[in-house]
Design a protein around this ligand. Structure first.
Ligand code: URA
Length: 268
């Protein structure tokens, strides 16, 4: 193998590992994972599962974490202060799991007509501090561009820290972050929400069914405090579409449905 080819192969392998969450190889001293995992939270208090149609769709996050998140989020009157409150929030366990270096909140205009909610930041997002800036983000941008939403979407995630190994955030982690997501929606005041992927749909709509059944169907999202209701459409996650090109036609149909309703005069 030529030197050039070997280095290209090595670079591509390293990029693959980094994307999959492998961020350490051999260290001089063994890492103390127990110390890293120390959480500044109260012990879990017998959570009651949320059951819909016989399926458990959520467990309450530690009550203290949710309460702290609600208090911190509701005190924020601007997106800037909300970003600061998220950065200071210690109630979501992911931020202590070692993969995340910083919080990743949002990108897009503060008065966007649409809020897009994804799953969780990945490696690129963790590096840059902005959501959806990696390959899935480029795909999302193309999807939004196709329906005339370039620079008209406020983009965020169900959790604000990169889960280790890019695993799916748990319902508990999503619940701890949800008051911040809801406050972001309250501050942006969009006309509609677009949920990309199953984890975002599960968190925002508390639906047990899979994304294959839910995509392209309209739901009414209601804030936990009951002060805000908006039309919401789930569709496929761009990372899924990159792995499954055959689903692109369905996603395109979803996006057309979304754009048609957005352009309706009055309440969409
Ligand atoms: N996938 C997501 O769901 N969110 C991001 O920010 C990046 C990739």
């Amino acid at each position: 193998m030529s030197r050039l080819l070997a280095s290209t192969v090595a670079e591509s392998l390293l990029a693959f590992w980094a994307e999959a969450g492998v961020d350490a190889v051999l260290l001089d001293a063994p890492p103390d994972r127990i110390a890293e995992g120390q959480r500044p939270l109260a012990p879990r208090q017998a959570p009651a599962p949320v059951i819909r149609g016989g399926t458990q769709i959520a467990v309450p996050a530690r009550p203290l974490a949710i309460e702290a998140a609600r208090e911190a989020a509701s005190a924020c009157g601007t997106l800037e202060s909300l970003a600061e409150a998220i950065e200071a929030f210690e109630g979501c366990p992911i931020r202590f799991e070692g993969a995340a270096t910083r919080s990743v909140f949002s990108r897009g205009p503060a008065d966007a007509p649409v809020v897009v909610i994804g799953e969780a930041p990945g490696a690129e997002e963790d590096r840059s501090g902005r959501p959806f800036v990696g390959k899935a983000g480029q795909m999302l941008d193309r999807m939004l561009d196709a329906i005339g939403l370039t620079d008209r979407a406020f983009i965020t995630n169900t959790v604000f820290w990169r889960p280790p190994g890019n695993r799916t955030p748990t319902p508990e982690e999503q619940l701890a972050c949800k008051p911040f997501v809801e406050q972001a929606i309250r501050l942006v005041r969009p006309r509609m929400l677009l949920l990309v992927g199953a984890p975002a749909t599960r968190s925002m709509l508390e639906q047990a069914e899979g994304i294959n059944r839910l995509h392209g169907r309209w739901f009414e999202w209601r804030a936990t405090a009951g002060d805000l209701e908006l039309p919401v459409l789930p569709t496929f996650h761009p990372a899924f579409l990159m792995r499954t090109p055959s689903a692109k036609a369905m996603a395109w149909a979803d996006l057309k449905t979304f754009a048609e309703r957005l352009d309706r005069p009055g309440r969409p």
